[in-house]
Design a protein around this ligand. Structure first.
Ligand code: SAM
Length: 240
């Protein structure tokens, strides 16, 4: 009898495990496009890195705290810090759920001798994941807006001033794929929340948008225990 009662729970547990495994495999595969320097993903990476270089160049004197949500292999941050003249002033925290990608990011950081880049396996949706590293001068939100609902995207953007300093720069990406191109919506969310748009960049023949927005408003307090988003299963639209 006991085993019959436990059976559905065992099946549900196995199903969850297999979903997590296929989700992990999906994101590992997603990163393979970076191996081709001409791919749209690599073009997007170059745009993100340019905006990050600009943000570091213009950051106030002194330590620069950087947090990265859903950091993947961390190529954007690590690629820039590898040769930026202010690299030694940056304390970076990269949060990524997939242990395989965390290991890749750690290898890249080690190869670049970046001891001030901390990479953690954790849930980027939870504000608590950033508690030790806020308020941040730079917040990377790249490849995050592909899966959450519009409400969640607005919620993430609303939370950013609570994770950043006055003057914090958020660097984000959004793919213009699916029935409706939601890049304009994301830009309008930033404006509605009170961010100034510094740069918005896209490229002929690609679907990506890369933006940088500054928070000029009053500093807002960190809010622990908040969940900002969930990643929905949106199939082919899941491009980040
Ligand atoms: C579209 S990729 C973006 C990776 C990287 N930011 C980039 O732009 O190259 C999305 C990443 O989010 C990760 N992810 C999904 N849900 C997450 C969560 N709740 N917390 C942390 N990472 C998550 C995935 O494993 C994947 O590496």
């Amino acid at each position: 009898m006991t085993s019959l009662v436990r059976f559905p729970r065992i099946v549900a547990g196995a199903l969850r495990y297999s979903q997590a495994m296929s989700e992990n495999a999906f994101w590992v595969e997603w990163h393979r496009q970076y191996d081709d320097p001409e791919s749209p993903r690599s073009r997007r990476l170059a745009a993100v890195q340019q905006q990050l270089r600009d943000a570091i160049d213009h950051a106030p004197k002194g330590r620069i705290r950087l947090i990265s949500m859903c950091a993947g292999q961390g190529r954007d941050v690590i690629g820039v810090l590898a040769d930026h003249p202010r690299s030694g002033e940056v304390d970076a925290l990269l949060v990524e759920l997939n242990p395989e990608l965390v290991a890749d990011a750690q290898s890249l950081a080690d190869a670049a001798n970046l001891s001030n880049v901390k990479i953690v396996t954790g849930d980027a949706a939870l504000t608590n994941s950033y508690a030790e590293a806020v308020p941040a001068e730079i917040i990377m939100v790249c490849g995050v807006f592909g899966r959450p609902s519009d409400e969640d995207i607005k919620q993430i953007i609303t939370e950013l001033p609570h994770l950043g300093t006055q003057g914090a720069v958020a660097i984000w990406t959004k793919e213009g794929v699916g029935m409706v191109d939601r890049r304009p919506l994301v830009r309008s969310f930033f404006t509605e929340v009170g961010f100034e748009e510094i740069t918005y960049y896209t490229e002929e023949g690609t679907t990506f948008g890369v933006g940088s927005n500054r928070w000029n408003g009053a500093p807002l307090p960190f809010r622990p225990d908040r969940q900002m988003f969930t990643f929905r299963d949106v199939g082919a639209e899941a491009r980040g």
